[in-house]
Design a protein around this ligand. Sequence first.
Ligand code: VGL
Length: 212
Amino acid sequence: MQLPEKKYIASFDIDAQNTFTPVCPNELPVAEGDTIAPELNAQAQFASLRLASRDAHSRCALWISDAEHAPLTPISGYPDLDIRWPAHAIIGTKGFDFIDGLDEAAYDYQVFKGIEADKHPYGACYHDLKDTLSTGAIEYLRCHGITTVICGGLATDYCVKNTVLQLKAAGFDVILNKAACRGIAPETIESAMQEMAAAGVKFVECAKELAE
Ligand code: VGL
């Protein structure tokens, strides 16, 4: 793949947290979510800056499912909540931590998202669902002169897709490293890939292809 000079490239690890892996079976486990660290580390070698986003939720979040409110049921009355989810990525728990194989010290910038009880964003660039309240990621990339962002993380069909589309809408060239992602369900992964392709996102099968 034809890449610009390394100084114009950033690598973005989206929600590569235990909560989205079989390590946390009661949260939001994604099959093989715990296997992507080598690919995330490999793609970062092509970039001059490395970013991470993390779901950073509260135990008191209003979207947490319970006996009366099943997961995936809609929530009304809150503009930045759509559906219920099982409690996940609670700050200070194992689910919040990076997956094994990632080194917190490697990141130049981290986004914590979904801290507020009445907000459950998916993309890492905005705190709300209408893409108006910036997390600062886009500004950080812009002020460092970045033109191209290589992305991977969890889950392909939710937070990765939304982050990638937000970066694209902000004017960056975006490359999705397929080997550095895992998704929740085959149908939503397929439609996410189509949506990203339609938006002009480029894909590589694995980080090695970035060198070719
Ligand atoms: C995610 C569903 C709910 C994700 C987060 O990181 O993809 N998916 N919360």
